[in-house]
Design a protein around this ligand. Structure first.
Ligand SMILES: [Ca+2]
Ligand SMILES: [Ca+2]
Length: 222
């Protein structure tokens, strides 16, 4: 994999308080945006729909998040969330690769999971926040989230501030000591960082991304 290097030691990133896609709802404590879909799809089809939005199926890793996404519209039937044991029976893993066990949280309905190898995907049960394993090929509604995941920046400080009459959320951040981006496209890291707070980046400075250490100015960014 080709790594891109950044020379910025510290920068201030401004992001608006809107979610990056329409109809997504910002959940404040985590800063992640969620959307509940009315149409019914298989688990894999639902995953593809979330990916097309630049996200993943929702991954509730704590009670507050689980309760929040349960409260989103279209909850009168079961809905897929991004958690499966298809790869290894009984070993539940979120779509981002984190194991359920490592979160210290779960919200199984009484008697669940009970489906063995015939039920490898999870729905939020109708009207409530508890979970049920079900067959992945069933058509269900589903919930997507945007921009979960790691980013290349270390956050130093955040603040709400106003610039020319517009409210912004400022993220003061710096790169890791090794200067390595977390992805091929450092702009993606930046977008992920903003998305981590459920915020839309104000811009992307591609010109500052360089393929090697020979051609950038560490003092170029204020
Ligand atoms: Ca299973
Ligand atoms: Ca079940």
């Amino acid at each position: 994999m080709v790594m891109r290097y950044l020379y910025v030691k510290r920068t201030v990133i401004l992001a608006s308080t809107e979610c990056p896609k329409p109809d997504y709802v910002h959940f404040n404590p985590t800063g992640i945006c969620y959307k509940s879909f009315a149409e019914e799809k298989t688990y894999d089809e639902a995953k593809q729909t979330c990916a097309a939005d630049g996200g993943m199926l929702a991954m509730p890793k704590d009670e507050a998040t689980n309760t929040f996404i349960s409260s989103l519209e279209y909850g009168d039937v079961g809905r897929w969330i991004g958690l499966s044991d298809a790869a290894s029976e009984g070993n539940w893993v979120f779509e981002d690769g984190q194991t359920l066990a490592s979160t210290g949280y779960n919200n199984w309905n009484r008697g669940e999971p009970n489906g063995g190898e015939g039920e490898n995907c999870i729905t939020l049960r109708l009207g409530g926040p508890t979970w049920n394993d079900m067959g992945c090929n069933g058509n269900k509604r589903f919930i997507c989230q945007l921009y979960q995941g790691n980013h290349a920046f270390e956050v130093l400080r955040t603040a709400n501030q106003t610039y020319e009459g517009v409210d912004f959320f400022a993220i003061e951040a710096r790169l890791p000591a090794d200067g390595l981006s977390a992805s091929l496209d450092w702009c993606k890291d930046y977008q992920n960082l903003c998305g981590h707070y459920g915020l839309r980046p104000t811009g992307c400075g591609e010109i500052w991304a360089v393929p090697d250490r020979s051609a950038s100015d560490p003092n170029a960014i204020r």
